[in-house]
Design a protein. Structure first.
Length: 444
């Protein structure tokens, strides 16, 4: 099956009997059908899988008990109703596709299953979201050439990009234990990290709370089917191993990073917290928004054969619009709305999801269902498209001025960072990601 084929579940003319799913600007219309894990807040319940529809969650465990699914969709729904979605993500992609079609038909206007399905709805406002999967491994890429060039030029003005950048997708192996879901309704909170740093003018390293705490605007890629150790995933088959996408904030302590990152890369600068959005938007839902891979400037090297395919060239990218918003403690106290800091697009990523997977496995590394990739900070060409404060404030030299008079070179305690994402295109339903949000607490 193709990850870019348009089918019945993308039909923009179909509406849902859940009214909120049909509102203009809704993140979760009938054509999205994002998967997550939830329970009713304040109840002694087990987490279980659910599907987002409008402002509601279809409880898949309850839906399975009604007998509303048949054949492959029934098999898939049992897997997707578990407390973690690893089993569902690792199953044949055809099963998830069958469940998507069954959900589309059950939730659309005029469905004979409306009565049974309506009894399985839980309002999102009453739900507590959980991690969608047990995340075995987390790998964070560095796929925006604009971000890489910006950050590199601060430290190495004469040669911002390392010579390998345009030949392979750079990444580091991250930490999965500190990944949490968070959204504006229930932000992920964590204390400001402490550690070693060494300001340029200091004779010796210092210890204390980070003074240069930052966010990174990233797309998360959930791995579906894995591969056996010692085998590799070809770029042609790579997208069949990507279950779906979320939004990801790779919180980064720049002062800790600056002192520790050579020679082996980020460590404590990034291992204290990562926040992801709770809903997984499947690659199938994103089929209408596929675009050609990033156009490499003339003179850039062509990707090696294992990182190149006709499909990847023609449709390896995703037109996914991203934005960053900040709500400071003072803004919150004054009842002000979050303010937008920047906006960018995942289509400007130098490397694609298929290239991430093909490269990650080319040496024989095995991926497992529920592994998570971060795309790396998604910055675009202009300042309005920069995906971190490090870039917006250019290393702290030009603080961002907020409408209420506050300034930010880096994050302060009480700051809440919110990322949103959506795909839109004439002739198709808008597909939203919801939001990811986290709040910085004072250091312990
Ligand atoms: Mn990152």
């Amino acid at each position: 099956m193709s990850t870019t084929a348009i089918n019945e579940t993308h039909d923009p003319k179909q509406k849902s009997w859940v009214d909120a799913a049909n509102e203009a600007g809704a993140d979760f219309p009938l054509q999205n059908l994002a998967f997550g894990v939830f329970r009713r807040a304040g109840k002694a319940e087990d987490f279980r899988g659910g599907v987002a529809i409008g402002d509601q969650i279809l409880d898949l465990a309850a839906a399975v008990r009604t007998g509303m699914f048949a054949k492959d969709a029934a098999e898939a729904a049992v897997l997707a109703s578990a407390p973690t979605l690893n089993g569902f993500m690792g199953a044949d992609p055809g099963l998830a596709s069958a469940l998507r079609l069954a959900l589309f038909r059950a939730l659309r206007e005029g469905s004979a299953l409306e009565g049974r399905a309506r009894a399985c709805l839980v309002p999102m406002k009453d739900a507590e979201m959980g991690l969608p999967a047990a995340i075995g491994d987390f790998t964070d890429f560095f796929s925006s050439v604009f971000h890489a060039t910006n950050t590199g030029s601060m430290f190495r003005p004469d040669s911002p990009l390392f010579p390998n950048y345009k030949h392979l997708p750079i990444a580091y192996h991250g930490r999965s234990s500190s990944i949490r879901v968070g959204s504006l309704a229930s932000p992920h909170t964590f204390p400001r990290p402490q550690g070693q740093s060494k300001p340029a003018d200091a004779p010796a390293p210092l210890f204390g709370p980070s003074k240069r705490l930052d966010y990174e605007l990233e797309v998360g890629v959930w791995i579906g089917r894995g591969n056996d150790q010692g085998t590799r995933v070809s770029i042609e088959g790579a997208e069949a191993h990507a279950f779906g996408l979320c939004l990801l904030n790779d919180w980064s302590a720049r002062d800790i990073q600056g002192w520790e990152y050579q020679p082996l890369g980020p460590f404590l600068a990034k291992n204290f917290a990562t926040t992801i959005s709770p809903w997984i938007v499947t690659l199938e839902a994103l089929a209408p928004f596929r675009v050609a891979e990033f156009t490499r400037p003339a003179g850039d090297p062509a990707p090696m054969a294992y990182l190149d395919s006709p499909h990847n060239r023609a449709a390896g990218g995703i037109d996914l619009k991203l934005e960053v918003l900040l709500l400071t403690a003072r803004m919150r106290a004054a009842g002000l709305a979050p303010v937008r800091l920047s906006a960018s697009n995942f289509r400007d990523s130098y490397w694609t999801i298929a290239q991430f997977i093909a490269h990650h496995t080319v040496g024989g590394c095995n991926l497992n269902p529920g592994d998570l990739f971060g795309s790396g900070t998604q910055s675009g060409r202009t300042r309005e498209e920069f995906g971190s404060l490090l870039e917006l404030s250019w290393g702290g030299k030009t603080p961002v001025e907020l409408p209420n008079g506050e300034k930010r070179a880096f994050l302060e305690d009480g700051d809440t960072l919110i990322f949103r994402g959506h795909c839109s295109r004439d002739g198709y339903a808008r597909i939203g990601f919801g939001d990811v949000a986290g709040t910085v607490l004072p250091a312990n």
